[in-house]
Design a protein around this ligand. Structure first.
Ligand code: ATP
Length: 335
């Protein structure tokens, strides 16, 4: 795998913390378009893994809305457990914005299907609307987003996978504003490889040690949390070595090699996931979904530039990502 381990530890969350500056917004549609007026407004943030969706959702929540709540649409983050491995936002990073469907499902029970997600998500959206809030759907699992927002969802269809996927429906049951956070793939790949190292440094390995030692790996549903990147890649390592800490100098060469191979595969699979997710987003766009693309590449370049301090990253993020997103959302709310 072409991406070397990097000494930089770029983390959006740590580089700039959001502040709570807010303004009031009309939360229900007042569009002149009859068809849209009757539908509840919904903000949806799409993008590949690591592209900055969570960061943007928090920034929009705190900048634009007086009262917004986030609904997770990442398949693996639905389940309780493996918070570091699946990259869930910490309570600190959520800065008080309510989050739903984040770490709430039992990973030993049958995996959450798109149909189940559709029901769970729509009930939460109704509740948020009743409270006068704006629901923001955020996550990389496009099949979940699709199931949630389409007017008629047929569980037997698959619009993304297979040699002859079913047609994408453009009939939606919400008045959606879709923001697609995009980062050019070579830049995102570099970032993701660094992020894996950062996750391992911040406790992912220890989390997996506990997961395998306690036998959780045998209990979790293989069609659910059991698919999280990190588990299959480390399975062989934990089967063959009884380690509780990451191997280093002094450990047998084979252990170090097997460990390094697992990390390499995690990096590769994460980059592969990002590419597949972008393919699915393009499929939605090509079918006629009105996605507003925000190019976050420069912000990621700034994060990874050796000479950049947090200040420059915040500045680029603000100008290239946040400001255009705020404009899109305000226009959407005014429609
Ligand atoms: P599909 O249409 O194939 O079901 P999807 O878009 O619904 O895909 P993705 O979110 O792309 O689902 O997830 C596909 C796979 O990527 C998961 O099964 C898992 O292996 C991995 N994955 C996704 N999100 C995470 C995460 N947060 N942590 C670890 N692995 C993840």
């Amino acid at each position: 795998f072409p991406y070397p381990r990097c000494n930089l530890r770029p983390s959006f969350y740590k580089l700039f913390q959001p502040t709570r500056t807010q303004c009031t917004q009309e939360l229900f549609s007042s569009t002149t378009d009859d068809n849209r007026r009757t539908k509840p407004k919904l903000l949806v943030i799409l993008g590949a893994t690591g592209a900055g969706k969570s960061r943007l959702s928090i920034d929009l929540s705190t900048r634009v809305f007086e009262n917004s709540e986030i609904i997770n649409s990442d398949k693996m983050q639905l389940y309780n457990g493996l918070d570091i491995t699946t990259n869930k936002m910490t309570m600190q990073e959520r800065v008080g914005v309510p989050h739903h469907l984040l770490g709430v499902l039992d990973p030993t029970k049958p995996a959450c299907t798109p149909s189940v997600y559709r029901k769970l998500g729509s009930d939460i959206i109704s509740d948020i609307k009743t409270r006068g809030g704006m629901p923001i759907v955020v996550g990389g699992s496009n099949s979940l987003i699709y199931s949630l927002v389409t007017k008629r969802f047929h569980p037997e269809t698959d619009v993304f996978n297979g040699s002859d996927p079913d047609p994408v429906s453009v009939e939606l049951r919400y008045d959606c504003c879709f923001i697609w956070v995009d980062v050019c793939l070579p830049v995102l790949n570099r970032y993701l490889a660094n992020r894996v190292d950062e996750m391992l440094d911040s406790g992912m390995f220890e989390e997996l040690v506990e997961f395998f030692r306690s036998g959780e790996d045998k209990k979790v549903n293989r069609a659910g949390l059991g698919q999280a990147i990190g588990i299959p890649e480390f399975e062989g390592y934990f089967r063959d070595f009884n380690s509780v800490r990451r191997p280093g100098g002094g450990d047998p060469e084979t252990e170090v090699e097997v460990y390094n191979e697992a990390v390499k595969r995690i990096k590769y699979n994460t980059c592969h996931l990002a590419k597949k997710q972008v393919g699915k987003i393009l499929r939605l766009r090509d079918a006629g979904w009105e996605l507003k693309r925000i190019d976050a590449t420069e912000a990621f370049r700034a994060v990874m530039a050796a000479d950049s301090g947090g200040g420059r990253v915040a500045e680029v993020w603000e100008k290239e990502v946040l400001e255009p997103s705020v404009k899109i959302v305000k226009r959407f709310l005014d429609e």
